[in-house]
Structure formats: C-alpha cells, structure tokens
Ligand binder design. Structure first.
Ligand SMILES: Cc1cc2nc3c(=O)[nH]c(=O)nc-3n(C[C@H](O)[C@H](O)[C@H](O)COP(=O)(O)O)c2cc1C
Ligand SMILES: [Mn+2]
Length: 478
C-alpha cells in the first residue's frame, strides 16, 4: 500500500476522519504553531489550514502525529511490519537449498522494486516560476525564532565522486525571496557532500522538495548509511518505485509527485548566521553559521499544498517519525549486536538523548560491550544516556526499567562515563558537538563480573496460585 502523493494521503486521512479542514483565516506567524501544539498534545487529527493569511496555498500539518497516521503513512498496520520484512530478507538461513532459494524470489523482488524510476513528465513541474519564497505560507514557529523556516524540506544533493544522490531533512530559514539557510549538521551526509564541493570550489547544485508521498518524507529523516539513497529506501518501504524527474535547471532528480521543488545551489564560499529556532529538544537552537541556499527556479503542481511540521517541547509530530526509525532500524542493530532483544527511545529524549536496550546477556561485561557498540553506530553515536536491562525486562515499560535501574546498580561498578561526538543540538555539553555520555548497566550482576554475593531472584508468584486466584476472584467479593 502506498500513496501517489501527499494529497492522496491527505484524502485517505480525511476519509478515515483523521484530518480536519480549518477554513477560518489563520496566520502562519505563530498562530498555526499554537493551534498545532495543542492538537498534537491532545492526540488530535492532521490539519489542513485552507485559508492562510497572505498566501494562496493551504498548509498541511501533523500528518504523522499519531501511531495510526504513522502506520498509514508507511503503508503498514503495525510499526514492526517493516522490521519483520527486513528480518525476513536478511535471514540468510531462508536461502539454504534450491527450493528455498526459488521461494525467496518474490521476497527479493521487493529489493528490485525499490529502485527509483525516471520519468519525463511530472506533476511537480506543471508550473515553472521565478523564485519568490514570499508566496509560500512558510511558518514562523516560535516567538524567538530568527525568522520563517521551511520545516519539512527534503534536501537533495549529489555526491560529485560517486554520483549518488542523498536526500536529508534539514530545516531552512528564509532570508529573502530567493535565499535560505542550509542547516545540515556537522555529521550529516548533506554536509559531507558539501565538503567535497568545497574542495572543488564553486557552486553545489541543490534541489529542495516540499511535499512528497509520506514514505518519501519519512525516508529523508531516516539515519541511513550514506551508501543508501533515501529514495531507494522509500521505494522499499512503499514496495513500489519512486518516480523521479530531472530538475529544470540542474541535473538532480526529484520525486515526480512533489508539491513544490526549489531548484538552486549552495555557494561553497558563503556562510551566514542562521537561527535561533525553537527546536525538537524543547529549547531554542542558538544562532550559528551555516551555508546559504540560492533558489533559481521554483516548480510546483497546479494546485499544491504546503506541508509543514512544528517541533518544540516533546511530544510533537516528529516524535512519531523517531518511533518509526526505532522500529525500522532494530533489525540492523541486531545484525551488529545479536544480543539485543529490543530498544526504546523515550520521546522526552528527542531521539538520541536516551536509549533503553534489553539484551540477552551471555558473557561478563556484555552490557558494556553493547553500550560501546551503540556509541559507535551511525547517528546512534549521539546517544547521551544508555540504560541496559536484561532480556526479561520490556524496555517500553518505563516503570519496570526504573525499578531495575534504582535497585540493580552499584554506582562505582555499573556506571560508564565516556566521551565522544554529540548532536549539534545538544546544549548541555561544555563544547559544541563533543561531550560526555553515560551508560547504566542495570542487568543482574554475575560472580564473573566481580559480584561475589548471591544475586536475589525477582519475586514471582507461582502459576498455580495465579490460576487459582483467577478462578476464585469473584468469590472474594473485592
Ligand atoms: C522535522 C525534522 C527536522 C530536522 N532538521 C534537521 C536539521 O535542521 N539539520 C540536520 O542536520 N538534521 C535535521 N534532522 C535530522 C535529519 O533529517 C536526519 O539526521 C537524517 O538522517 C539526515 O540525513 P543524511 O544522513 O542523509 O544527511 C531533522 C529531522 C526531522 C524529523
Ligand atoms: Mn543519507
């Protein structure tokens, strides 16, 4: 199941009563934020603001802001579905023997279908215009924001060495009708590609998509290795290739189903102050120098919608995108750390500040091995706090996790403090991008780990007595 474009998804949401149209005129300056913040925090619907002051385009927001809408967006019924498909494909034991190999063909064809498909005509190029960002209903989200920000952009670039495209979501502050900031952080693929262009000198072609089908939007946020094109990953999630079209003024390919495409370039010698911006940490990310994006041409559908999101104190819409990543990437974590049973990123940790992981511990020090592996794994390197629990503890059950942490640790033996790279948005470390991380080993300790005392058992009632009490419950008159 996949959606042709974001308007197709919008319609599906509306049919299920999961989208509300707001016809009253609203201001993209702060007013939309306050409405959306209240709606997200009360588990409300997606919203289509049809009448936005000073713009002829409607604003679509909060499409991912619940588990039901997130699952619909990814064309699944349960957040674990995509992980299960991935497990099935990467489980090599499934390919033993000729019969099994043949049986695997339909499963593997999903990989072939993932490759983007080039098309000549595209809805996103129905209208080609001179750039004027003032026409778009771009939000000023929070009072101390440095200006208006495009909050759900898919930034497409091409590695000049490998010719592979990358698509990442990096917010963009509007400076004037034709220029914006380009907020790719230090460790992101977009910036790595930028550094290659910087060495060569001159201009770096960049195209920015605003609005595509929901799996493609999600894919731009997914922490994929640089070798995997996000549009290919979207094709894999959708089980249908993403149709792509060549931009009008550069050689980049964008999803044909996009609502708006901003075509242009980043001049590798130009930096400008960007921010502040009310960010998903619940704090303002402070001003800093970032590259500048110059829009040379805007293409769009005849009747486009402008999708946006508002981030702020969690839980916000982006928390659900984070939860999708938690589920979808678990198979890859397990490939590297087979002892991992399950993981949970609490929403309050805004993706990478806290991770709870349950493991099947089979040798001394294994909890610490898992911490170190996670601190060395892609964007998981940002994790500031890792809590490790035994396999019988459900990491999503915060009460049980807290009970284990509070009762199981010896402060000297079970706490790891280490240091390494941090997310650019971390405001607590003394230096930007680099600081300390905390690991808590809340697993049962063994004699081989230096715990010479006996470790007590968890208190559990016998099954026999539980059944007896179940049976007799009504007799007690409680
Ligand atoms: C709503 C939203 C806004 C984001 N804004 C930024 C941003 O401004 N800068 C950034 O580096 N990452 C941002 N991210 C995270 C990146 O999209 C994410 O790390 C992605 O994996 C980057 O792709 P890349 O590895 O291909 O560069 C944002 C994520 C979301 C969901
Ligand atoms: Mn990437």
């Amino acid at each position: 199941m996949y959606y042709k474009d974001i308007q197709d998804f919008m319609q599906a949401l509306e049919e299920k009563g999961l989208l509300k149209r707001v016809k009253t005129e609203v201001d993209s300056n702060l007013e939309i934020t306050e409405i959306v913040d209240r709606v997200v925090k009360s588990n409300g619907p997606a919203l289509l603001f049809e009448n936005v002051k000073n713009s002829s385009y409607p604003v679509l927001i909060n499409i991912f802001g619940s588990y039901e809408r997130l699952n619909m967006a990814l064309g699944i019924s349960n957040t674990d579905d995509i992980a299960n498909i991935i497990y099935d494909i990467i489980d090599m034991s499934k390919y033993i023997g000729l019969v099994n190999k043949i049986k695997s063909i339909p499963k593997l064809s999903r990989l072939l279908k993932a490759f983007p498909r080039k098309v000549k005509d595209a809805p996103c190029q129905e209208i080609v215009e001179e750039p004027d960002l003032d026409k778009l209903p771009i939000l000023k989200c929070w009072p101390k924001d440095g200006g208006r920000f495009i909050t759900l952009p898919l930034v497409i670039t091409k590695d000049p060495e490998t010719n592979m495209q990358n698509m990442g979501m990096y917010r963009m502050q509007v400076f004037d009708k034709k220029t914006t900031g380009m907020h790719w952080h230090m460790h992101k693929d977009g910036r790595e590609i930028y550094l290659k262009y910087k060495k060569m000198g001159g201009k770096m072609p960049v195209s920015v998509v605003i609005g595509s089908d929901p799996a493609t939007i999600y894919s731009a946020t997914a922490p994929l290795p640089k070798e995997i094109d996000e549009m290919l990953f979207s094709g894999f999630i959708r089980n249908s290739p993403v149709d792509i079209v060549k931009c009008k003024t550069n050689d980049l390919y964008v999803p044909a189903n996009s609502e708006f495409v901003l075509e242009g370039y980043v001049d590798v010698n130009e930096m400008r102050e960007e921010g502040p911006f009310g960010d998903h940490t619940g704090y303002y990310s402070l001003k800093d120098l970032y590259p500048v994006f110059h829009v040379e041409c805007i293409t769009h559908k005849k009747n486009p919608v402008y999708p946006a999101t508002v981030v702020g104190k969690p839980p916000m819409e982006d928390c659900y995108l984070g939860k999708a990543t938690e589920r979808i990437f678990l198979p890859f974590i397990k490939m590297i750390c087979p002892e991992v049973i399950d993981i949970d990123f609490p929403l309050e940790g805004v993706f990478h500040n806290c991770l709870i992981v349950s493991i099947k511990k089979e040798y001394p020090g294994q909890a610490k091995k898992v911490m170190n592996a996670i601190w060395g794994m892609g964007q998981m390197m940002y994790t500031k706090l890792i809590i490790v629990v035994d396999k019988n503890v459900n990491p999503h059950d915060y009460s049980t996790v807290a009970w284990k942490v509070f009762n199981n640790i010896d402060a000297s033996r079970d706490i790891v403090i280490t240091e390494g790279p941090l997310d650019a948005l971390d405001h607590a470390s003394p230096l930007p991008l680099y600081g300390h991380k905390l690991g808590i080993d809340a697993t049962k300790k063994w004699k081989s780990e230096g715990h010479s005392r006996d470790w007590p058992d968890d208190i559990e009632m016998t099954e026999e007595i539980k059944e007896l009490v179940d049976r007799r419950w009504n007799e007690y008159g409680i």
